[in-house]
Design a protein around this ligand. Structure first.
Ligand SMILES: NC(=O)c1ccc[n+]([C@@H]2O[C@H](COP(=O)([O-])OP(=O)(O)OC[C@H]3O[C@@H](n4cnc5c(N)ncnc54)[C@H](OP(=O)(O)O)[C@@H]3O)[C@@H](O)[C@H]2O)c1
Length: 338
């Protein structure tokens, strides 16, 4: 017996912006679970900007996608069959890394069983998962926020940024400024996520807008974007400022990295600390963060949004969407429960 399962594959390495013809949705057959294995019906797929880097065949902190092989990524699902000796029972909800497909055959010892009694399963792909933890680590370990700081966050209406803005406030920031694309997202920064001020980077004049909102200068910059945003932050940082280099989505589709930031020497005179990080090196902080964040979600002091796209056939459009700003909060693909 086997079960039919559709899966996404990368068929050509994109040059610049990925095209639909670089991918295909195939029907595969997934075998019954053997000893210690489980068959999982995926119910939520995580859609993430870092997947763009995995489409290039270059050494990185995470291996590239293999051509004509199922793509991988974060997912949650329900165990629908278990082989003899499986440590996970049928019916359990689990998270794992075999996304971009409807069914996954997995080693039962290598999945995480999720407690969904207080939060929905997909929260473990967003606010209680990698994106929430990235926001927390960035502002506690990489560029620590101190009482009274002025904090600037780019990509502020996204999964990492919207949580980062709220955590900055919890850590005692006096003012939190976010940048996002378009007036509607900027409004939501203040209305939904408690930012003190928002900047619409698509309206131009980034440095002027930032200096207008932060006349006293910035103490901490959480960088999700790179490029012009990093330039603007460097121009506005205060002495002894801290910058967490989390992402650089502005350049992920570039075929040649643009030079810059042209004003990096400002970091010398201002005694700045710029530190890059990938969250994989900070997973030990996950229990501490999940404990706090679950409490904040329960008491209503942390607001997490999702942008949900339905159906495996829509997963590629969801990826194009996260790269172009179609999402507010975490971008997810929902698959049928049964
Ligand atoms: N270091 C790590 O371990 C780690 C872990 C997770 C994520 N990240 C990084 O963190 C960043 C945010 O990730 P996420 O998952 O939370 O994604 P996200 O912010 O939910 O989605 C990406 C957002 O980037 C914005 N964007 C796209 N192109 C842009 C450009 N040229 N200039 C400014 N903004 C642009 C879009 O919002 P607008 O509508 O506002 O343009 C889009 O919604 C990414 O750079 C990602 O690679 C790093």
């Amino acid at each position: 017996m086997s079960v039919p399962s559709r899966e996404w594959q990368l068929t050509a390495r994109p040059v610049g912006e990925p095209k639909p013809t670089d991918f295909r949705l195939l029907r595969a057959e997934v075998a019954d679970p053997g000893p210690g294995q489980i068959l999982v019906r995926n119910t939520w797929l995580s859609v993430d900007p870092y997947m763009r880097g995995r489409m290039d065949d270059v050494p990185s902190y995470i291996p590239p996608f293999q051509l004509n092989e199922p793509m991988t990524g974060g997912a949650v699902g329900v165990v629908v069959a278990a082989g003899p000796g499986s440590p996970v029972p049928v019916g359990a909800t689990v998270s794992h890394f075999e996304a971009w497909r409807e069914y996954a055959l997995l080693d039962g010892a290598r999945v995480q069983v999720l407690d969904t009694s207080r939060v929905p399963a997909q929260a473990y792909l967003g606010v209680l998962g990698i994106t929430g933890l990235t926001a927390y680590v960035g502002l506690t370990e990489i560029a620590p926020v101190k009482e009274g700081d002025v904090v600037f966050i780019s990509g502020a209406a996204g999964a990492v940024g919207s949580v980062a803005g709220q955590i900055a406030k919890k850590l005692g920031a006096a003012k939190v400024i976010g940048s996002a694309g378009g007036p509607q997202k900027v409004k939501r920064l203040k209305d939904d996520y408690g930012f003190d001020a928002g900047i619409d980077y698509r309206a131009g004049e980034l440095v002027a807008q930032l200096k207008r909102e932060a006349p006293e200068g910035i103490d901490v910059y959480f960088d999700n974007v790179g490029g012009d945003h990093l330039d603007a932050a460097l121009a506005t940082m205060n002495t002894f400022g801290r910058i967490a280099l989390c992402g650089a989505i502005a350049v992920y589709n570039e075929t040649e990295l643009p030079p810059g930031p042209s004003n990096l020497p400002l970091a010398i005179g201002k005694s700045l600390n710029l530190r890059g990080f990938t969250i994989g090196h900070h997973m030990k902080t996950a229990p501490e963060y999940i404990g706090k964040a679950a409490g904040w979600l329960a008491d209503g002091s942390l607001h997490a949004d999702e942008t949900v796209v339905d159906g495996i056939e829509q997963a590629l459009d969801a990826f194009f969407g996260v790269m172009s700003g179609a999402n507010t909060g975490k971008m997810l693909v929902r698959l049928p429960e049964s």
